[in-house]
Design a protein around this ligand. Structure first.
Ligand code: MRU
Length: 354
């Protein structure tokens, strides 16, 4: 199963809303198709939506070309409009913004060099393909750093690990971030079992993480989100590893709703809580987690479970898609450039200085 596949002028997206029951693909031939796929979570996970949005901008550029917009200033204004629309699809994961900013910079460079709209479109396509390919290397590197750091801290013994949401192959272009670290540990025979939180309301843990881990033969047990505290209390969890959607300059980390609760439980039970994320997930323009915009999603995601009405249709609901874990609850952040132990304003800024 490939999360994303670029075929000249179309992006094929595995529809994750249908997993694991059905393996179906959405064919995106316009930037609006890509925006819709990101909004409905057909493609989700911070790195994957960054790559999808980059291809979305290529489709936007192709559309401008088809409309015969050859005036490069008008063309570049059109690109900026498309980028802003794609960027707005999901406000918390900064990788989306990061990827689009990189793409617009590429366009600006070509524009400054006097290139035509067609040449700019080709350069954008090359950049999107590069971002996609780079994510594979990044996943491998995060996983290697994460596994090495955990072995240093815990010794080479088999571990039972808890994870929340899905920070795996389905959220990236390769083996994943948090699940990449778990896969690297499993390769060395160091995973006893993974507990996967089901991850209400959209069940990324139950539907995606369990499917991925089972496919790789990694022992996995599905738990309801409310079981996490009890299995920690009864001594069944050695470490927590999760992904991230945005990390601020002091190491505060936004991730799927429920992650904060897991971090508090881990702290209470003295279980190390690790975050695995690419450098592109850091937003150093924000000093602390309180500044992170938190996406709120449709109330029916909570009132209903697919076709089943769980609560009365007019029930008042609060449905934030993410929460923020304070850096004090995080033991270490694994990135492709190394590990930040005890993340804080000081350790994060030292990491980015070197
Ligand atoms: O709403 P989602 O499914 O996009 O949320 C995804 C997460 O919270 C992931 O943990 C995060 O994006 C990291 S993915 C490597």
């Amino acid at each position: 199963m490939k999360t994303l596949e670029w075929r000249r002028n179309e992006l094929i997206i595995l529809d994750q809303t249908k997993l694991p029951a059905e393996e179906t693909y959405r064919r995106c031939t316009s930037w609006q198709d890509v925006k819709d796929a990101i909004s409905v979570l057909a493609v989700r996970g911070a790195p994957a939506i960054g790559v999808a949005a980059a291809y979305g901008l290529v489709l936007g550029a192709s559309e401008l070309l088809r409309r015969k917009i050859t005036d490069t200033a008008v063309f570049s204004a059109g690109l900026a409009t498309v980028a802003a629309a794609l960027d707005a699809a999901r406000p918390t994961a900064v990788n989306l913004h990061w990827a689009l900013t990189r793409m617009l910079k590429t366009a600006e460079k070509e524009l400054a060099a006097g290139k035509s709209s067609a040449a700019i479109t080709l350069a954008l396509e090359r950049e999107a393909v590069t971002l996609h390919a780079k994510d594979i290397e990044i996943n491998r590197s995060i996983s290697a750093y994460g596994a090495a750091a955990i072995i240093m801290q815990k010794g080479a013994k088999k571990l039972t690990v808890l994870t929340h949401c899905n920070a795996g192959a389905l959220a990236t272009a390769d083996i994943g971030t948090a699940l990449g670290v778990i896969r690297a540990l499993h390769k060395r025979g160091l995973i006893e079992r993974v507990y996967a939180d089901e991850t209400r309301p959209l069940l990324q843990g139950a539907r995606l993480t369990v499917t991925e881990l089972k496919a790789d033969g990694i022992p996995v047990t599905l738990i309801t989100d409310s079981t996490a505290g009890w299995i920690m209390k009864t001594g069944r969890v050695d470490a927590v590893i999760v992904g991230a959607d945005r990390i601020t300059a002091n190491g505060d980390t936004a991730n799927k709703i429920g992650t904060y609760s897991v971090s508090v439980l881990a702290k209470e039970h003295r279980i190390p809580f690790y975050v695995a994320a690419p450098v592109s997930t850091f937003d150093l323009s924000m000093a602390r987690g309180e500044e992170i915009p938190i996406e709120e999603r449709h109330h029916d995601e909570v009132r209903r479970l697919r076709d089943v009405q769980l609560a009365l249709a007019d029930t008042d609901v609060f449905n934030p898609a993410f929460d923020v874990t304070p850096h004090q609850n995080i033991e270490a952040i694994f990135t492709e450039k190394g590990t930040i132990e005890k993340p804080s304003e000081t350790t994060v800024s030292a990491f980015f200085r070197t």
